[in-house]
Ligand binder design. Structure first.
Ligand SMILES: NC(=O)c1ccc[n+]([C@@H]2O[C@H](COP(=O)([O-])OP(=O)(O)OC[C@H]3O[C@@H](n4cnc5c(N)ncnc54)[C@H](OP(=O)(O)O)[C@@H]3O)[C@@H](O)[C@H]2O)c1
Length: 326
């Protein structure tokens, strides 16, 4: 089968299309013909083996391979069709259309991926394309996970920092669907998109520091690695919650202290990516509460360009790699 592979860590050009062995599903696994995969910031970080928060570098290098990548096919989030199933598989059958997460097994940049049926793979929303579906799991699962931890009540003021990114785009929409008044923070070029997906207020971080304008929020969700912990906590109303998607090491030490010694909470977590959460997202898409936002769909041989667009943030929505000749 064909796959976008990389044999060494490095710039986008290390990605190239090659023939690799087609995976064989084990008894409890499904073999999926991949239709599309999102090119994510996480994929770019793994390609370079450099991570936005530095404490992740050592554990991730141990997982990915110390000198060179052990798993040559990136791609954590995808959509596809079941090709065949192992003999113990009960929930899926050939022909089922699905979307989901390959977790750290990765493999979504290849024409086929084999995954345990227990992974977060669920039927694809019926009203969107494969390309749109592939752009949902990363952003949707993370945003939903964090915002549920924030216990948002209707009418509360929620600020999404990094709102124009993969997680933020879903954060804005999911917070709105929870009844929040949403302020979205990102750069100038992304503000119109953020208004179009429902943000009540937008702030251009290149022009204004929202932590200095006197406004306070009930919940702040941030995906921005460099966000200042004290500034974020100071921008919360009493009882406010700070949801940290990209915590620095010091943030992880401070968070329990904030929760213990003040009336505010700081919550960091790694999204568990549960099937139940992806099913909730499917339902939200099918009922029109949230939508996928895809900027560009590129073929496999343009994977380096896909990564360049994601890394340089020259995008308004997801960059999707179309897999195979579909
Ligand atoms: N905790 C977890 O379980 C978990 C799960 C998945 C991912 N992550 C991590 O979360 C990070 C972000 O995720 P993502 O995929 O949503 O990233 P992303 O798509 O790169 O989104 C980040 C957004 O923040 C914007 N931004 C940059 N600097 C900013 C600033 N100072 N203020 C406001 N906005 C700013 C970026 O736009 P510009 O750069 O154009 O301004 C971009 O739109 C990644 O590093 C990833 O590793 C954590």
């Amino acid at each position: 089968m064909k796959a976008v592979i990389y044999d060494r860590y490095g710039p986008p050009e290390v990605l190239h299309v090659a023939e690799v062995e087609k995976p064989m599903p084990a008894d409890d696994e499904v073999l999926i013909r991949v239709m599309a995969a999102e090119a994510t910031k996480g994929d770019c970080e793994m390609r370079k083996c450099e991570f936005a928060v530095s404490w992740l570098s050592l554990p991730m290098r141990l997982v990915l391979g110390i000198r060179k990548p052990k798993r040559r096919v990136l791609g954590g989030y995808f959509s596809g069709v079941i090709e065949s199933v192992g003999k113990e598989v009960e929930e899926f059958k050939p022909g089922d259309e699905l979307f989901g997460s390959a977790r750290l097994r990765l493999g979504g940049y290849g024409e086929y991926v084999a995954l345990p049926e227990s992974y977060t793979i669920v039927p694809k929303p019926s009203n969107i394309s494969f390309e749109e579906a592939s752009s949902v799991p990363l952003g949707g699962l993370n945003a939903l996970h964090f915002l549920r931890l924030g216990n948002i009540r209707p009418g509360e003021k929620v600020l999404i920092n990094g709102a124009g990114g993969s997680i933020g785009i879903f954060g804005v929409q999911i917070a709105k669907s929870m009844g929040a008044k949403v302020t979205a923070v990102d750069k100038t070029e992304k503000l119109e998109l953020l208004r179009s997906i429902g943000a009540d207020h937008v702030i251009d971080y290149t022009q204004e520091d929202f932590t200095r304008n006197g406004n306070k929020y009930d919940v702040i969700m941030s995906t921005v690695a460099g966000a200042s912990y004290p500034d974020m906590i100071a921008s919360l109303n009493p009882g406010g919650r700070y949801l940290i998607a990209n915590p620095k090491f010091m943030d992880m030490l401070r968070a329990p202290l904030t929760s213990m010694f003040s009336d505010k909470k700081a919550i960091f977590a790694f999204a568990q990516e549960k099937p139940e959460e992806l099913l909730a997202l499917k339902e939200m898409i099918e009922t029109g509460k949230i939508k996928a936002v895809v900027d560009q769909i590129l073929p496999m041989d343009q994977a380096p360009e896909a990564h360049r667009l994601v890394e340089s943030e020259q995008r308004l929505g997801a960059i999707v790699i179309k897999i195979g000749n579909t």
